[in-house]
Design a protein around this ligand. Sequence first.
Ligand code: ADP
Ligand code: MG
Length: 728
Amino acid sequence: MSTFRSRALAQTFSRKLRPVTETQHRSEYFGSHVFNEETMKQYLTTEAFKGVMNAVSHGSNIDRKIADQVANSMKNWALEKGATHYTHWFQPLTGGTAEKHDAFFELGKDGKALERFGGNELVQQEPDASSFPSGGIRNTFEARGYTAWDPTSPAFIYGTTLCVPTIFVAYTGEALDHKTPLLRALHAVDKQATGVARYFDKNVSKVNASLGWEQEYFLIDKALVMSRPDMVLTGRTLLGQTSAKGQQLDDHYFGSIPQRVINFMIELETECIKLGIPVKTRHNEVAPNQFEIAAIHEEANLAVDHNALLMDIMGKVASKHELKVLLHEKPFKGINGSGKHNNWSLNTDSGVNLLSPGKTPMRNLQFLTFFINTIKAIYTYEELMRAEVASASNDHRLGSNEAPPAIVSVFIGEQLTTVLKELENVTDGKLSPQEKTDLKLNVVGKIPEILLDNTDRNRTSPFAFTGNKFEFRAVGSMASCANSMTVLNTIVAKQLKRFREEVDKLIDNRSFKKDEAIFNVLREYIKDSKDILFEGNSYGEDWEKEAMKRGLSNHKTTPEAIRAKISDKAMNLYKEMEVMNETEIFARHEIEYAAYSLRIQLEGRVLGDIAMNHVIPTAVNYQNTLIRNVKGLKEVFGKEFESVAKEQMDLIKKISEHISGITQKTNAMVEERKKANIVKEEGIKASLYCNKVKPYFEQIRNHCDKLELMIDDELWPLVKYREMLFTR
Ligand code: ADP
Ligand code: MG
């Protein structure tokens, strides 16, 4: 067998389990490596503690004196925990997280060594960040970037480093990261949702968005992954004949978890718990070797950080178990890809989930208000929602015959559909006392407190209401939750703002009672946004046609989808809600186009390399064996050899056809790449990569996969699908 593949398999088969045990209850060490409220109380002066808590709740500034105190206490705590270094931890636009470690260690003026960490170091740093993408922001303004402490996400110790969560901005103020717009969006939704919630309860003074993510991933033996150049360089298989057994037997989903994986999961969860990531759920997913980890929902900014941190920890822990985590949305053809469901709700500081039905008609009217406004927001901005989850890797799910589709729709289940139908008939104008009573008793009053109707759950809609939260399922497994949370909270903020204006107008100008005004506005919203509601699978294959009739967008590729981000509609939205300005929007857009092109370019190069340098030589090798065999048969059988050697000769010919197919297609792909590469405009370049380069991938792959079926298994150089998916 090819040495690389056989060595990888041999290593895989000889793995010893890494023993892992949990010795402590999780509640006992939850957050032990986090400089959280409890720890701060212990380490900070009352003055410093108050300063930080004020900054967390009200966004107030922390003065230098307090920053010094906080930094010094943080350092003392971190040193006690064995930390040696500190870093500003941030999320640049490349995706992933960035860190640059500095030791606490310093030399004093007298040359004496000491451990130091001051307010200056805590509050602001200037990483040499010239190679992070900025979409031209820094060039345009000749400004440098700096990271600034985000006290709303607590510092933590990871390994031996104290990590301080920060935002990353240019000196001119523009965001160079994913977190800054997110924080602005959360501020916007807080402001607008608080305004609306106060129609129902005057005591509300803050609304927090909550996020609970569910992270899907594949787990494959390290040696198998490392033996394949495509997986090492692109995170997915660019070729490979699908395994005879895939997921069709459904025998993996929720099945018993293999021991090696359980050990990985326990160790991963232990790390998470130390870092205050409230992981709760683990299970097998649908595809073989696919799994899920989910956390209890938290304030959205914190949850976004926690998911970013999780993705990092996963890789490190997996390595200890000689495993590789694949976060790519579609590592394998023919079986399910991975997503990251974003469960979202809005919660008041008085402890009410605004998306949860309640016990009283008033609570339910409040619920309906937020519920219907969310639907309206999605209807208005469905194209932008799609755009914000677009990426080259996520294109393999959205719009590639895999749930959810590229069409954004909202699924709310039968019960709530009925409620909306009733509300649609509310009288236009003032309501009679009888109608009000009727609404209270028979419509609003009839919404059950707990709506978790499992039989009614639809798994294919990208945005579904699941009892007391909406679940955005189109987010890619590799993506940060920041973008999806930014867009969702921004559009809901905008929608709630408009709602309040309309309701107030009816109250002020037409002397409507508050609930009358609310019913009237909601009625119109229901009518307006009906087209976004997805009623389940009744359309089957025809959903695309139906969606088109309804005017819903259906952008199947990233270059097409992300155009919506620079539409006037999107620009106005982000500007009005003070989430992003024009420069920031354009910069991000450029970066995403460039990232798309670079990814397709990389995949094209790697595929070309494997096809030409691994597959063709193997094919020629096997063909030579066949040729020797045919020659031998001719010697033995003389004239009759043709009937005896027929199959072999056919194979020889077929192999030649595929070799020539690979060569031609690869050369043609290279030509298209060259054409795309000389284009300066990033949008056009991305479209060329998408429409001219990428289509060759499938064609080249097909030839290679056919050869995999023909060629002696002993000779095949790449680890096969069945080996990756069914080796544990
Ligand atoms: P599923 O059937 O989709 O797995 P679960 O009920 O297990 O649904 O919840 C999945 C995720 O939803 C978890 O991360 C959970 O914390 C989160 N979640 C539950 N309630 C809320 C809420 N009110 N707001 C936001 N997220 C929530
Ligand atoms: Mg879910």
